[in-house]
Write a protein that binds this ligand. Structure first.
Ligand code: SPV
Ligand code: MG
Length: 562
């Protein structure tokens, strides 16, 4: 390129359509009737779209008699334009009224980036040309010229095209009338002439083209004379061929066959491999772009998007009640322990919930959760269970033991933390109260109401209390991972996987490894208000705690513990 040549912006849609009309090449335009078909036309390689009146009315299940209002057509075009960057030539029927309606139509089309409109010289309301075409009354020629002039005068985009469609051959008025009208429309300002025919051979179209002698671009719709080789059109000097209705017809025959097959066989098994996959639909809808945007924009929101619940264990000390189910499925105040937890997540807007099961994972039947199974649960610890789902983590995630009950503010405050890592520590538990209590937390500062608003960080989690130094509380089994914390957590986990003792490790080992790797884990202190279910005594008391969380109207006995 010459260094002094200006860099031109990509041509507008209207400029591209105009270029197709005036170029010496034979161009092809494909019908679309909604956003999805518009995208499919683009992906097939076409350079422009015919927004067919027949196809748009058909996809609404009504007739091609202006039963779809013009504003409904414009709304449909908006979806088509959004779904495809291609120029769209609207089949504008008769212009939906007189010259004034054409002016308003052009204005609205320009506002929606539609590249041009084709109007036909019939009367409103129109009927499709292939239904008793010869009986259809034509518009008065002068009146139609007025519509063309009005449309051209009202466009603000110089490239917007108005194609004038001559129906004289369809209506049986003969070649001379067709030529007379085409010339009048050209002189009125039409950017191209669409000459239509209902014959199965192209003879009258070719005769017209010869007489016309390229006075203005010529557009044809060979629906009826479809067997004519395109080379014939090229030689005849046709500018644009419109394939006018083939996607609505393809969709129709495909839908008819599939509906019948499913109805008759009462199964999906015969059709699944013959139809577009659901993922293909997602792709056409540009679902990936949404996910990327979500990562970009929603990560700043204060809501964690997902939760991971560790629920692989049977529960030491709970063998008597867990022969047929894992601990998380024990009934607490009328519903499984895991249901309490899941409901708690949902209350905070966390709906993407994964549960890692192990022992009797088959018995985890909680609606609204994904279950991942640690098949080696009997030989492995918590960390190996976590690792089964850790690679799939995305977005902000709360990682939770499965045997927790807690007051809702605990989770709310945790997910509102801005920190890459944050944990909940109960400062009321600094002494081993029973055999199973572990996960003692050592923090940068002890819990102190005067500290309100100051940051406290985790230094170590240990199952042993250190004689020299009492712990500051107990980690209750909730970890929030936010923003860039996720990848750092995954990295630390992959390092730990190399350790020979990996199978024996628990979640505190992961917290300690993060701390050793220099991560700051923020502590959110609580003072009670939660329960773990570690043994039969916990199980018995959990019911009272859970009852206290239910609304008053459900018979809250009001004896909350903790
Ligand atoms: C349309 O596609 O709606 C057309 C072309 O107008 S035809 O149906 O052939 O008249
Ligand atoms: Mg039409």
């Amino acid at each position: 390129m010459n260094a002094r040549e200006p860099v031109l912006p990509p041509a507008s849609r209207s400029a591209r359509l105009r270029q197709m009309l005036v170029s010496d090449e034979l161009e092809f335009i494909m019908e679309a009737h909604n956003g999805l078909s518009a995208r499919i036309v683009r992906e097939a390689g076409f350079r422009a779209i015919w927004a067919s009146g027949l196809a748009i009315s058909a996809q609404y299940g009504v007739r091609d008699n202006n039963e779809v209002s013009w504003t409904q057509v414009v709304d449909t075009l908006e979806f088509m334009a959004d779904a495809s960057e291609l120029p769209i030539l609207l089949d504008g029927d008769t212009g939906y009224g007189n010259f004034n309606n054409v002016r308003r139509l052009v204005k609205k089309l320009e506002q929606r980036s539609i590249a041009g409109v084709c109007i036909e010289d019939k009367q409103f309301p129109k009927t499709n040309s292939f239904i008793d075409g010869e009986r259809q009354p034509l518009a008065e020629m002068e009146e139609f010229c007025g519509k063309i002039k009005a449309g051209k005068d009202s466009q603000t985009d110089e490239h917007f095209s108005i194609v004038a469609r001559v129906e004289a051959l369809i209506a049986g008025w003969g070649m001379d009338e067709a030529l007379r009208r085409a010339e009048a429309y050209r002189l009125a300002g039409a950017d191209a002439i669409l000459i239509h025919s209902r014959l199965s051979r192209p003879d009258e179209i070719l005769a017209f083209a010869q007489e016309w002698a390229r006075r203005a671009p010529l557009v044809i719709v060979p629906t009826k004379y479809y067997s004519t080789p395109s080379e014939v059109f090229r030689k005849a000097g046709i500018s644009v061929v419109i394939w006018a209705n083939h996607l609505i017809r393809a969709a129709t025959s495909s839908m008819q066959a599939v509906a019948k097959e499913i109805h008759d066989s009462q199964t999906l098994v015969n059709v699944e491999d013959r139809i577009a996959s659901v993922n293909e639909i997602f792709r056409l809808q540009n679902a990936d772009e949404y996910s990327a945007a979500e990562r970009l924009y929603l990560s700043a929101s204060r809501t964690s998007s997902s939760a991971l619940v560790l629920a692989a264990s049977r529960g030491a000390g709970l063998e008597a009640v867990t022969t047929d189910r894992p601990k998380v499925m024990l009934p607490i105040a009328g519903k499984p322990l895991l249901r309490w937890l899941v409901d708690g997540f949902k209350t905070q807007g966390i709906n993407d919930i994964t549960v890692v099961g192990g022992y009797r994972a088959d018995a985890i039947n909680i609606a609204g959760v994904k279950v991942v199974v640690n098949e080696r649960y009997a030989q492995t610890g918590e960390l190996a269970s976590f690792a089964c789902a850790a690679d799939a983590l995305h977005g902000d995630t709360v990682i939770s033991y499965g045997d927790l009950l807690f007051r809702s503010y605990i989770l709310r405050d945790l997910v509102e933390s801005d920190a890459a890592f944050s944990v909940v520590v109960d400062s009321s538990q600094t002494q081993p109260s029973n055999q199973s209590v572990r996960d003692f937390a050592y923090c940068s500062t002890a819990d102190d109401r005067d500290l309100f608003g100051q940051k406290v960080f985790l230094q170590k989690v240990s199952s042993e209390t250190q004689d020299s130094r009492p712990p500051h509380g107990r980690w209750i089994g909730l970890l929030n991972v936010r923003g860039p914390g996720r990848e750092r957590l995954q990295h630390t986990l992959s390092e730990m996987r190399k350790r020979p003792d990996f199978d024996a490790l628990d979640m505190p080992a992961l917290l300690n490894a993060l701390i050793d790797a220099g991560e700051a884990i923020e502590v959110q202190y609580v003072h009670g208000h939660w329960r773990g279910v570690n043994d039969l005594e916990d199980f018995r008391r959990a019911g009272d705690f859970a009852h206290a969380q239910t609304p008053f109207a459900l018979g809250n006995p009001g004896n909350e513990e903790g």
